[in-house]
Design a protein around this ligand. Structure first.
Ligand SMILES: NC(=O)c1ccc[n+]([C@@H]2O[C@H](COP(=O)([O-])OP(=O)(O)OC[C@H]3O[C@@H](n4cnc5c(N)ncnc54)[C@H](OP(=O)(O)O)[C@@H]3O)[C@@H](O)[C@H]2O)c1
Length: 309
């Protein structure tokens, strides 16, 4: 299928007010899809082209009602409690917003005869085929279980589900300012010294526009149905190197406090298999890290100026 195939189609984006969801909604509008956006709150810069639905994706009746009313050909399910913390308090919120929500979305979509569902997995999930795999966080456990349900919905109810295992996303508009790149960027732009762990962890970083193209490809591809496909850059870069690049881009004179924060237990080191993704979805990353970081810094610079007034 070509990228024109979403033109004129009805699509539902859950998590539409979020970082990736808002970029995806903009791109889908640009393609000419009829975009139904779902979150508990609307995105602050409300785009008039979007049809907004407010609802909690952990409530089956709410999801059913919205899917019946919106009649989407494709559902992009991005709504999530995106917290990798290991504390017991995270078990229920991640279970509701990640696992229960995915089951609700797939159930409602299969009952309503949707053509395709694109789910959002995570690099935090255990590797395929790992014996006695131990998810590293409540978030990872919920994401991992969702992809099991996706395979079941495919096998038992013939629902076309593609799960995208999304790696570490960065770019303009990441609203959670505690995440590494917004935190470091804003600290440096304000002339403050960011506190960091050792920065040794190797991460596969992927620019948000590339991720959005991955979602579009997953909605349109003939292959990948019932599978989990990686959306990452295919390269590992340590956190330390990324933070140092931000330092060079913004203000090389400020001290970066590596080692000031403790390491998180059970961190996964994983790199995306982009060769397989290219084969399955015809997608490959196109934004180099240096360029993506520069665009991100420029965006936060403008954001800071607007919010300082
Ligand atoms: N950012 C990354 O690096 C990354 C990496 C791998 C995978 N992912 C996945 O990509 C997806 C999007 O991530 P993101 O970074 O864009 O997250 P985000 O900015 O935190 O957005 C999460 C979205 O989910 C919505 N949401 C949360 N709970 C909800 C509920 N119960 N009912 C309805 N909506 C709910 C939020 O809106 P309201 O609060 O307004 O409801 C928000 O729109 C998630 O599935 C995440 O797990 C992200």
């Amino acid at each position: 299928m070509s990228s024109e195939s979403l033109h004129g189609k009805r699509v539902l984006v859950t998590g539409a007010s979020g970082f990736i969801g808002s970029h995806l909604c903009r791109r889908l509008c640009q393609i000419g899809a009829q975009v139904h956006a779902l979150s508990r709150t609307e995105h602050a810069d409300g785009d008039a082209r979007l049809h907004w639905w407010r609802g909690d994706v952990a409530e089956l009746d709410a999801v059913r009602g919205i899917v019946i009313a919106a009649r989407p050909d494709v559902v992009f399910h991005l709504a999530s409690h995106v917290v990798g913390a290991r504390e017991r308090e995270q078990v229920m919120p991640t279970f509701r917003a990640n696992l229960m929500s995915s089951v609700n979305v797939m159930l409602a979509a299969s009952e309503a005869g949707c053509r395709r569902v694109v789910l959002t997995g995570s690099l935090e999930e255990p590797e395929d085929g790992e014996a006695e795999a131990v998810p590293c966080s409540p978030y990872a456990a919920a994401k991992w279980a969702s992809s099991g349900y996706a395979r079941m919905f495919r096998a038992l109810y013939q629902l076309d589900v593609v799960t995208l295992r999304v790696f570490m996303v960065y770019g303009p508009g990441q609203g959670d300012l505690k995440k590494l790149i917004p935190y470091v960027t804003l600290a440096l732009l304000r002339g403050e010294s960011p506190k960091l762990s050792s920065g040794q962890r190797q991460v596969d970083w992927i620019y948000v526009d590339d991720v959005v193209e991955g979602f579009v490809a997953a909605a349109e591809a003939n292959d990948g149905i019932g599978q989990t496909v990686d959306i990452g850059s295919g390269a590992l870069v340590p956190i330390r190197a990324v933070v140092e690049r931000l330092g060079r881009l913004i203000t090389p004179d400020i001290k970066l406090q590596f080692g000031a924060l403790p390491e998180r237990p059970l961190e996964r080191v994983r790199v995306a298999d982009t060769v397989r993704t290219q084969k399955v979805l015809g997608w490959q990353p196109s934004v180099p890290l240096e360029k993506g970081l520069k665009q991100t810094v420029d965006w936060y610079g403008r954001w800071l100026k607007e919010h300082a007034q």
